[in-house]
Every structure is written in C-alpha cells, then in structure tokens.
Design a protein around this ligand. Structure first.
Ligand SMILES: Nc1ncnc2c1ncn2[C@@H]1O[C@H](COP(=O)(O)OP(=O)(O)OP(=O)(O)O)[C@@H](O)[C@H]1O
Length: 247
C-alpha cells in the first residue's frame, strides 16, 4: 500500500543557519488522522511547510501519494496537500464565500455545474451551505475557519493539514469543528497544542521537539506518559485525564 505521506530523513536549516529539522522520518496511511504535537519552536510549522513545497527538502525526501515534493511536481502537490492555516483571513480574500471556495477548483479548470457542485459539496461538509452568498468578512471567526476548511476540501486533497484548528474558538464552535472533522472522509495531519482535541480526533500522535521526532504512537498512550509529557513541555489542562476525556 502506498502511504499518503512519506517523510524520510528530512533535515532543514533556515538561511540564517538555524537547524530546524534533524532527520525527520514519518509516514501516514490513507484514512489516518494524526496529531503533530510539540512545544513552541519544535519544528512543527517547518515540517508542515515542507508538505506542499513552501520549503523544499535540503536533505532527505518528502513524498505525497508517491510523488516527490519538488519543483517538477509542485502543481500536483499543491492540489493534493491542502493546508488550513491558523488565521482564516490568510485564505479568504474574495467578495463571497462561494467565490472563495470556487477559487481553487476553478484554477484547476472546473467550470459550470461541475464547479457549482464542488463548491456546494465542500460548504455542506462544513455546515456552511446557507452562507454561500455572504462576504467572508461578515462571518464570525469560527464560521470563517469553517469556510477556510471548505476552500481546501473543494480541492479534494489527499491530505488535509490543519494548523491549530481549535485556536480562538469558543467551546461550542470548538466542539462543532471537531464533529465536522470527525465526519470527513479524508486523511488528516493536525498541528495542535490542544491535547484534548488531539485525543478526541486523532488515534495517533507524533511528538516533535528540537527538530526531531521523540514519540509516535497512540495519542492516549502519549498523553498518559507523564515523563514524556514533562520532558517535552506538553501539559494537559487542569483536571483533564486522558482516560476520562470528553471535549
Ligand atoms: N524564517 C526563519 N528563520 C530562522 N529561523 C526560523 C524561521 N522560522 C522558524 N525558525 C526557527 O525554527 C525553529 C522551528 O520553528 P517552527 O515555527 O517550525 O516551530 P513550531 O513547532 O511550529 O512552533 P509554534 O508551536 O510556536 O508554532 C524555531 O527555533 C524557530 O525560531
């Protein structure tokens, strides 16, 4: 079986010489939902930016659906890896929600009823169908985040990457987004500091610290491992226990 994502021995230094990743290897299979955990500055964003070629591998390789993430495959990679950034306003720039969601598929050449159906389906997946004609800036932050997710789903990506999906959401919106993400039939890699969210949504977690993977396994086992958690500055909310968890 071909992995959706295969990262092999990836090392990366920023132009100022700062080494952000040291030989990172991981693979994600179709249908998995995986959380990427780690303290500030661990290298999570640096890794994510390699998945769609914003950074390209200095040492090692990144493959999506068996395709190398390199200049040659960039167009295909950008279609297959959908990243939802933390700030939805980085992704919404058109006059209406519909236009924003149509933007990517229209660029792929979809038109007419095919494009309309793609947009409608993506908005329905995030429960935002009735907002299609609204200007994005008239929506709440939580609604804008859901539309940002729809803009990426409309591309029918192989891998959906979410950067801090629960940040700045009120408790009800946070639960609502969790329900939506659980309902999607898509492979997910989610960067988060929200450990209860990781536990609820992702059976598997990868912990990265100082540019190296330090754990990769069932989320519950990782959250139960007090020594690992302490060593890598991962903290559960007060009173939260991984064995008695609900969002
Ligand atoms: N453009 C850059 N130039 C130099 N160093 C950088 C640059 N961007 C990030 N870094 C450094 O690389 C390391 C990894 O940063 P990265 O943003 O990947 O961490 P992160 O795990 O995503 O952190 P956070 O949880 O705070 O978002 C940090 O030490 C950071 O200071």
């Amino acid at each position: 079986m071909t992995a959706i994502l295969e990262v092999d021995g990836l090392a990366f230094a920023y132009p100022d010489g700062h080494q952000a990743l040291y030989g990172v290897s991981l693979s994600i299979q179709r249908g998995e939902r995986v959380a990427l955990l780690g303290p500030n500055g661990a290298g999570k964003t640096t890794l994510v930016l390699h998945l769609n070629g914003i950074h390209t591998a200095g040492v090692g390789s990144v493959r999506v659906d068996g395709l190398d993430v390199d200049k040659e495959h960039m167009r295909e990679i950008r279609r297959r890896v959908g990243i939802v950034f933390q700030d939805p306003d980085d992704q919404l720039f058109m006059p209406t929600v519909r236009d924003d969601v149509a933007f990517g598929p229209a660029n792929l050449g979809l038109t007419g009823p095919e494009l309309d159906a793609r947009v409608e389906q993506a908005l329905a997946m995030v429960g935002m169908g009735e907002y299609a004609s609204r200007p994005p800036h008239h929506l709440s932050f939580g609604q804008r985040r859901r539309v940002a997710v729809a803009t990426v789903l409309a591309m029918e990506p192989s891998l959906l990457v979410l950067d801090e999906p629960s940040s700045n959401l009120d408790p009800a919106s946070r639960r609502e987004l969790a329900r939506i993400l659980q309902s999607l039939d898509v492979t997910v890699l989610m960067v988060t500091h929200d450990l209860p969210y990781a536990l609820e949504l992702c059976e598997r977690s990868i912990v990265i610290d100082d540019g190296s993977i330090v754990a990769d396994g069932p989320t519950r086992d990782i959250l139960r491992n007090e020594e690992l958690m302490r060593a890598h500055r991962l903290e559960l909310p007060f009173g939260f226990h991984p064995d008695r968890a609900t969002l």
